[in-house]
Design a protein around this ligand. Structure first.
Ligand code: BGC
Length: 743
């Protein structure tokens, strides 16, 4: 495997001025008035200048190639004479891409925590680290639904369900926005990566509003400052110039008063359509807008009022965030501080999903009994290398990484022999494992298997987009930059042929062979899977222990040891269904030019098709046992604007402290329209010591029972009966079914 940090970032990106906007807010000045006064102070040319990245296109590209990606914030619209800092953008979502920031578990892993309170703390840490390194805009709130697990960027989002993804994304946004602006992306219907520059998504009004937009809306309602459009097109129009999405829905219907930025280079095709469609900034260079907008305004093709609107949106958010963040929390010392690493470890423990935990010698295999262990075999190439996820825009360069092997060695100490075998020869690995008291097999994906995809930047590709004319000097600079970059970092980073969508959901055949060989030699075998959703059906019955580590962040090895040795309960529950095979999933073609998104995907589609999953949505084992009793719903008759309280008593009946996620699903009885067989309407994570119980009360707005009615272009709650099903995962056979009637 390649080193995920071949080209380390500098210790600290260049210091950036935050301007003096905060000073204008003294004495209780009204921020909106401050923004409007600033708008008045800007000349028409300066207002236009806010609408594109400050760097020149060709030299900016050359710098990206040569200096690396995300080495300092990308700036758009700085006006030093008025103290306007401009947007100073850095990427996410597993941490801040600048410098040597804390690397948290990827968003999909954090989705598995089902813990918005924890996610808000993670967001707070990311926001503080962004601000400490000169950024004022964090582009790490990625909430495109996981429509199919083969999506290369699955790891960047929180899961497959609109409510769950929305609640997690809103929590991340709230945390980040204590310090800097957050940017939610990619708006909308972006869930195939190889095809992202070409695919047109056909989606009905109902499916768009009911399935693919609610999580964005929740995050807009939480006050997100910036929305990033998507590369793909929807119903025949590119998202970067999509009037219905950007203006009618986002700005007018949802009342979004922040700014829309493009999904980066090549996120805009037509300046007039972009401006009229509602795109406020073309990032990150002087590309299409910078060259065409002044003329379009002069000719009256784009009204000045549109430019003023974009400028006001941008200035408003910069004023709003100019005073954000406690200076003590945003000094450079917070970056990868002990506290943030501890948080990364807590998030990783909370995200680990224990899928199988069968008894070996009378007790479940996890936790391993550390007091009787004399030796452990840790098998697999991924056990001893950092495996943090994609190395494209979401790359984070932490100062150190605890691998699974390092985590186990540190936790077990010198008394326990920890043997490592890289698994390249399954029979040799089986001998090593057979000789030990337990075998831990680490298998799965890396950044070479899945991630963001960049097509080759050849003339055919570039020809689809408007690029400014290239002067001779630009060409020479670009060629030099490309040459130096090839010398320095051949395999990974921005132009590497890595990642993309997955062609298979199974493990590599050699990984499957390794698991089978170790399992045959060592009864106490636990398989640890790295990466995103995996089809495990061919082999999971062979092993008593199976857990999903995802891409667990810089402290992942410690978190794994915490769970395997029983120092912490694995807190994760699947944020997406793990199917038995590809049957029953929506069609997925990485090379598609057209795709239709339907009403059902994920666990909803599998259940509607009568196909049992390998592991249901919301599933995960604890190392203790819980009961849910006394489920009741009040009131039982409600109106469409009401709130239902679903209560249940949760008791830890085992002898270890642990966590459970109480989940409530709805089912419409006798509905006149097609509905998913069941859908998530609420959840809460609880932590309980042995023998303790707690009454959990989920407040479910009746609005969560609504469907989108195209006849009235709005959500409606059908007056009928609904089951509210409270359990521990979407197919929990012990779930309690209560009923409510909507009148
Ligand atoms: C990606 C975005 C990212 C942006 C800036 C785009 O190609 O799709 O997710 O934030 O680049 O790096």
């Amino acid at each position: 495997m390649t080193d995920p940090q071949p080209d380390p970032a500098p210790d600290r990106p260049v210091d950036a001025p935050f301007g003096t906007l905060a000073e204008r807010l003294v004495d209780g000045a009204d921020p909106e008035q401050v923004a409007r006064d600033l708008l008045d102070a800007l000349t028409p040319a300066q207002r236009l200048d806010l609408m594109w990245g400050d760097a020149d296109f060709w030299s900016g590209l050359a710098e990206m190639l040569e200096g690396g990606y995300n080495r300092r914030p990308y700036v758009a619209g700085e006006v030093p004479e008025l103290g306007i800092p401009g947007l100073r953008f850095t990427d996410g979502p597993r941490g801040v891409s600048l410098g040597h920031s804390t690397c948290f578990p990827v968003a999909m892993a954090r989705g598995a925590t089902w813990d918005p309170e924890l996610e808000e703390r993670v967001g707070d840490a990311m926001g503080a680290e962004a601000r400490a390194q000169g950024a004022n805009l964090f582009g790490g709130v990625c909430v495109n639904l996981l429509r199919h697990p083969a999506w290369g960027r699955a790891q960047e989002t929180f899961g497959e369900d609109p409510l769950h993804v929305g609640l997690m994304g809103a929590a991340l946004t709230r945390g980040v926005q204590r310090h800097v602006m957050a940017c939610v992306k990619h708006f909308a219907c972006n869930s195939i990566d190889n095809a992202r520059f070409q695919v047109d998504v056909t989606v009905s009004e109902r499916v768009l509003h009911e399935v693919y937009l609610p999580h964005f809306r929740r995050i807009v309602d939480a006050g997100v400052a910036v929305v990033m459009s998507a590369y793909n097109s929807v119903n025949g129009e590119w998202c970067g110039q999509h009037h219905e999405l950007l203006t009618t829905i986002l700005k007018q219907r949802w009342g979004f008063d922040g700014a829309v930025i493009s999904d980066w280079v090549f996120g805009l095709r037509d300046a007039r359509l972009g401006a009229l469609g509602g795109l406020d900034v073309e990032m990150p260079f002087r590309q299409i807008y910078a060259h065409a907008l002044p003329g379009l305004v002069a000719s009256g093709d784009v009204p000045e009022a549109r430019i003023d609107d974009a400028a006001l949106r941008l200035v408003r958010q910069q004023v709003r965030f100019s005073g954000a963040g406690d200076p003590d929390r945003t000094s450079i010392d917070v970056v990868a501080s002990d506290a943030h690493r501890a948080l990364a470890r807590e998030a990783a423990v909370g995200s680990i999903v224990l899928l199988r935990n069968e008894p070996v010698g009378g007790a479940p295999v996890v936790p391993l009994d550390a007091s009787s262990l004399r030796s452990v075999a840790v098998v697999g190439a991924l056990a001893s290398v950092p495996n943090l996820g994609d190395v494209m825009s979401s790359n984070v360069h932490p100062p150190s990484v605890v691998t699974p092997l390092a985590g186990l060695r540190s936790a077990l100490g010198p008394e326990v022999e920890v043997a490592h075998d890289d698994g390249s020869d399954p029979s040799a690995a089986a001998v090593v494992a057979g000789d030990a008291d337990a075998g831990i097999v680490v298998v799965g994906y890396t950044e070479r298997d899945e991630g963001e995809y960049l097509p080759p930047m050849n003339a055919t590709f570039l020809g689809q987009f408007g690029v400014p004319p290239m002067a001779e000097a630009d060409g020479a600079a670009l060629a030099r930059a490309a040459e130096r970059r090839t010398e320095r970092a051949p395999a990974t980073d921005v132009a590497g042929p890595t990642g993309g969508d997955r062609r298979s959901l199974a493990l590599r055949p050699e990984d499957e062979a390794l698991v089978a060989a170790v399992a045959a030699a060592q009864p106490r075998t636990v398989v640890v899977m790295a990466g995103s959703a995996v089809v495990t059906s061919r082999w999971h019955d062979l092993v008593p222990g199976l857990l999903v580590l995802w891409y667990p962040g810089m402290e992942g090895g410690h978190a794994l040891a915490d769970v395997l040795l029983g120092r912490a309960d694995p807190g994760g529950r699947l944020p997406c269904v793990f199917p038995r095979d590809e049957r029953g999933l929506p069609a997925f073609d990485p090379d598609a030019t057209a795709v239709t998104y339907g009403l059902l995907h994920g666990h909803r589609l599998l259940e509607a098709s009568g196909i049992a999953p390998a592991f249901p949505f919301g599933f995960g084992c604890s190392t203790t046992t819980f009961t849910l009793t006394d489920a009741r719903t009040e009131p039982v008759d409600v109106t469409s604007d009401g709130v239902v309280s679903v209560r249940v008593t949760v008791r830890n009946t085992g002898n270890r402290a642990g966590t459970e996620v109480v989940q409530c699903y709805a089912r419409a009885i006798g509905s006149a329209v097609e509905r998913p067989p069941r859908w998530l309407v609420g959840f809460e994570k609880v932590r309980l010591d042995p023998g303790r119980s707690v009454d959990v009360s989920l407040a479910i707005p009746v609005a969560h029972l609504a469907h989108y009615d195209e006849a009235v272009h709005d959500f409606v709650v059908e007056p009928t009966d609904y089951e509210l099903i409270v359990g521990r995962h979407s197919l929990d056979p012990d779930a309690h079914v209560t009923r409510v009637r909507v009148t």
